[in-house]
Design a protein around this ligand. Sequence first.
Ligand code: GUN
Ligand code: ZN
Length: 429
Amino acid sequence: MQQDLILCGRVLSFVASPFDAVGPEAAVEVHEALAIRAGKIIGLGSRAALRRAFPEAELVDHGAHVILPGFVDAHVHYPQTGIIASWGKRLIDWLNTYTFPEEMRFADAAYAAEVAARYLDLTTACGTTTVASYCTIHPESVDALFSKAQARGQRVIAGKTCMDRNAPAGLRDSAQNAYDDSAALIARWHGVDRLTYAITPRFSPTSTPEQLEALGALWAAHPSCLMQTHLSEQLDEIAWVRQLYPEARDYLDTYEAHGLLREGAVFGHAIHLEPREKDRLREIRASLVHCPTSNTFIGSGLFDLSGLMADGHRIGLATDTGGGSSFSMLRTMAAAYEVAQLRGTPLHAAQLLWLATQGSATALRLEDKVGNLAIGMEADLVVLDLASTPAIAQRSQRAETLWEALFPTLMMGDDRAIAEVRIDGRKAK
Ligand code: GUN
Ligand code: ZN
């Protein structure tokens, strides 16, 4: 049993969404301290009050550092860790040139285990405590990530990536294999400790209608799983989907027609949406995931965050490793800010932080477990140093408000800004 813990610093807690009418700053409360028992947050308030309430607790003083929920990365491909920052290709060529050859290597369980551990090390160092990851076609790649996460007490969502066409031999399954392998993985991992299974057709171009239908049936049989896939990332991809599914009304319809659209569906990218798709996604309460470093790196386009948020969509934020060019959710917040600027709608620091924590947790239907520092939530958290480099320190030093002091770290910070990480209450960095 861990000893009770009191962490002192500037503790941020969301009391509303900073995108709602209250305004970004009123959506956040700042406390002096929080208390943790057995991996859960049991108190928030002044240092003196928590000391009185939990006299036996160990007290750790983080001074002026900011204490935040651990970052939640709502769309990643951990098997692409080794090919991050690969040069010069757009989506389909990038998949064929870099991604598929690397994903073939995950037939080797030892390689999968090595990359899974490396991926979790790299992301923990960046303050990410929960990810929703695609794996590869190989069930061993799912076992590798879930078993490493389980050993670390970490909350992870993952699934076997299903593909039965338009992928090289060795990286294709079938409708039946995808169903059977995914069902066996659900039985082994879904709901075990902090692990959640996501049924994972890669995207419509690499699945036959029969495979999408089989995965729709699997989801109906296991409704507490999530379903993750890609939607409308690049214009060439959308044109290809139109050729492959001539009967579909639009890209979203290729999923909808096969039982893959309802609450709990998580769509990565969703940049070039038709009006019908937007209406339907909102009506269903499906989740969209903004992947700004990927969308600029692979040249996909500028996600309409402000417009979709104003219309009431459920939206998370993600690195999309390794199409994205960073493991860091700080860098991802900076990219989200830059993309929003290019669309003429700057984001407040509180909105960026919310997207990387509670927004992503809500998109993954984990909002009652992680993504906020509030009583009863799981104790996954990050301690942020607002002066982690000389360049950041000299800027935050002249700040007049907490938000002004935080913003340079969101724009310029990296893993050096992550002073400490706790997963399930335990120090992970
Ligand atoms: N669409 C289908 N597969 C992928 C992938 O691995 N990365 C990205 N960015 N888009 C995809
Ligand atoms: Zn992706």
